[in-house]
Design a protein around this ligand. Structure first.
Ligand code: FUL
Ligand code: CA
Length: 685
């Protein structure tokens, strides 16, 4: 007995001596950053005077009385987020217009000055309480850019902003994320004291993750479409960069930097509607489930967190169109990740680190991302094999690294067994907190995950396989220059039914015969839906609201420029770009070929970063004869167009005209000399 004990003790000491602790690699996350990554999906809320004025960037001179939600219910917002499977809510406590959603003592432009609850309300108090009730984390957005505060642009403003921050961060309980907006479209340039702001955050909320273009907690992903790079490092080079205009290049924001100096993971921000703020005009433009799925896989599926904006409407509620869509998305995600097939597999690995209880092959499929498997030091190529007693069909692969020890995997591939041979089905780069591959259906008895390159021995916490249900593709509606409408669907299975009277298409609505044309040169509303008779499934409805088609239009200036026709060809993917040598202002003049009563115009910017030339400041003129132009029908700037290049609608007092001219006064990007137009159209309806 005694002897056995001694032997055992000897063995233990010996194995403990052999057990090597896994050394962390590179820049590492804080505990708060690990917890933040585990949240994965949460809500953004844009709410303020802009909600009531159809603006994306308020000017700060709005009457605070416009802010008057009639049925505000923060519990409805929190309940919706919870049911959507989100883990928290970040609200625009103060947007660029300076309006404070709480009665700040450092401002006179707040809920206190509004009509809501006779000035006695406090949105932050109501929302933080609702989040607590529903078990959600609470976060705040505060814009340093302030178009209202009288001290903005003076030496004292940084202290004013620090006081404002301090007030918010000390009054509403724990804050998981502090969102600093980098935008600054003003003429007054205020140098921000970021060190001071960060001190105030950490003094009040030591666990808050600070968002900006360079973190330090998490970084902007470089676009407002919610999509991270397929390669996505959570490490970033931050030296020499600052939030806003001094931010890192878009590629670094989108993909991170391999071997980056600091752990600054990507947060993917996107709105469920075209704009960030509510407008009744976008009630029928809520993103489809398919688009939201692309966003989910492009963010959470690529080592990013997804912050999905759901604007509050004028009643003070999440609009039913948005909440319905969130629930539809939840349903698909739940069905997709319901049954982890990897749990049925016998799991083996070519190299498993020895003599440590912390490392086990079984940890790969225990559904817990804080338990892991690893190889021995210096083994950076390895294969994990899943063998199934009976064939399984899968189309999703989820991989997770144990990020507390750093992001290590640089490249991996996936094989399956097909006709007795290994066949490669995917070849990818980074993993990070989570990587999800969307694959076609594969049926097999063996799946191999080959880590082909890593910075240090890989430490993997999860391998999961799922069979997600098939999707009914949402139809897409297009119209040609001469006004002919066609409808397409990504898959050939469904039948498409459509209406042109504004009603929701049901199975008894006209059947769309593929490749035929619906003639709508004068404009109209087309709604379409796809139906699968065998499963009784129907897609969400899609709507296209067309104005007059550019059938008879011709560019009159710049004269003799064939390229300029791309601005009026009814196709938003072709773009006219002005001459490179010329300087702003630029202009495009169009003969509409007939006299129309114009009520406004739409400028569609290019969404292709490489093309550039997106316009910020504009003047729009009309003329009856193409000679006399008079004063502009509208002048202004396209708010937030640089980060969110969606079509811009501008209305003006109705005027009869045959000629129009868009003058590009200033570019959206500094130092840009060209102007570009993906499409210019007029509003007559
Ligand atoms: C941008 C802002 O300018 C937009 O208005 C919006 O708040 C978006 C989330 O960030 O920088
Ligand atoms: Ca695990």
């Amino acid at each position: 007995m005694k002897k056995t004990n001694l032997v055992l003790a000897g063995l233990l000491t010996c194995s403990m001596a052999m057990a090597q602790k896994i050394q962390p690699y590179g820049a590492l996350p804080s505990k708060a950053q690990v917890a933040w990554n585990d949240m994965e999906y949460y809500m953004f809320i844009h709410f303020g005077p802009n909600t009531f004025t159809n603006k994306e960037w308020g000017h700060g001179d709005e009457d605070p009385k416009v802010f008057n939600p009639t049925r505000l219910d923060a519990r409805q917002w929190a309940r919706t987020a919870k049911l959507a499977g989100m883990k928290g809510i970040v609200i625009t406590a103060k947007h660029h217009d300076g309006f404070c959603l709480w009665p700040s003592k450092y401002s006179t432009h707040t809920v206190r000055e509004s009509a809501w609850k006779n000035g006695k309300g406090d949105v932050l108090a109501e929302l933080s309480a609702a989040c607590k009730e529903y078990g959600l984390k609470f976060g705040v957005y505060l814009s340093p850019w302030d178009r209202n505060h009288p001290e903005y642009g003076t030496a004292n403003y940084n202290q004013v902003f620090a006081n404002t921050l301090n007030e918010v961060l000390s009054s509403y309980g724990p804050v998981f994320e502090q969102w600093f907006d980098g935008a600054n479209g003003g003429n007054v340039k205020q140098p921000y004291d970021w060190d001071l702001f960060h001190k105030v955050v950490y003094k009040n909320q030591p666990n808050a993750v600070i968002f900006s273009d360079v973190g330090p907690g998490c970084r902007w992903v470089g676009n407002e479409n919610g999509i991270a790079g397929t390669t996505n490092w959570s490490t970033l080079n931050v030296k020499g960069f600052s939030p806003g205009l001094g931010g890192p290049p878009t590629k670094s924001l989108n993909e991170g930097n391999e071997e980056g100096e600091k752990w600054v993971p990507a947060e993917c921000d996107v709105s469920i509607r075209p704009g960030w703020f509510y407008s009744p005009e976008t009630d029928d433009k809520v993103k489809s489930v398919n688009t939201l799925l692309d966003i989910y896989y492009g963010s959470v599926g690529r080592n990013g967190n997804l912050i999905l904006n759901v604007p509050i409407d004028r009643e003070g509620l999440i609009h039913p169109n948005d909440s319905t869509r969130l629930m539809e998305l939840r349903k698909v995600l739940d069905a997709s990740f319901k049954n982890n097939l990897a749990k049925k597999a016998v799991v083996t690995a070519t190299d498993t680190r020895k003599n440590t209880a912390e490392v086990k092959v079984a940890h790969l499929t225990d559904g817990n991302n804080s338990t892991y498997w690893a190889t021995a030091n210096n083994v950076t190529k390895t294969t994990i094999k899943l063998s199934f007693p009976k064939p399984v069909t899968f189309n999703r692969l989820v991989l997770q690294e144990y990020i507390a020890l750093g992001q290590r995997v640089e490249a991996f591939s996936v094989d399956i067994l097909e006709n007795g041979k290994r066949k490669e089905i995917a070849r990818e780069t980074t993993i990070g907190h989570k990587r999800i591959l969307r694959l076609p259906d594969y049926t097999t008895t063996e799946v191999y995950i080959n880590i082909t390159d890593a910075k240090a021995c890989p430490v993997i916490s999860e391998v999961q396989l799922y069979e997600a249900p098939g999707m009914l593709a949402t139809p897409e509606i297009h119209r040609s220059k001469d006004g002919q409408v066609t409808i397409t669907a990504a898959s050939a299975d469904p039948e498409i039914h459509y209406t042109t009277d504004g009603t929701t298409p049901a199975l008894n609505a006209p059947l769309y015969v593929p490749k035929t044309q619906i003639s709508l040169p004068g404009g109209g509303v087309v709604k379409a839906r796809a139906f699968l008779r065998k499963t009784n499934a129907a897609s969400p409805e899609v709507t296209a609201d067309f104005d007059v088609a550019p059938a008879k239009w011709q560019v009159t200036a710049p004269a003799g420029n064939a390229d300029a026709a791309k601005a009026i060809d009814g196709n938003t993917t072709t773009v006219w770009v002005s001459e490179k040598i010329a300087q702003y202002p630029h202009q495009l003049e169009v003969d509409l070929g007939e006299t129309l009563t114009l009520k406004g115009f739409t400028y569609t910017p290019t969404t292709n970063d490489h093309i550039g030339g997106v316009i910020y400041g504009y003047a729009f003129y009309t003329s009856a004869d193409g000679k006399n132009w008079g004063q502009p029908a509208a002048t202004g700037s396209f708010a937030n167009i640089k980060n969110n290049p969606v079509p811009q609608k501008v209305s003006f007092a109705p005027v009869a005209a045959r000629f129009v001219r868009l003058v590009a006064l200033t570019p959206a990007t500094e130092k840009e000399s060209r102007a570009s137009i993906a499409e210019l159209s007029v509003i007559t309806r």
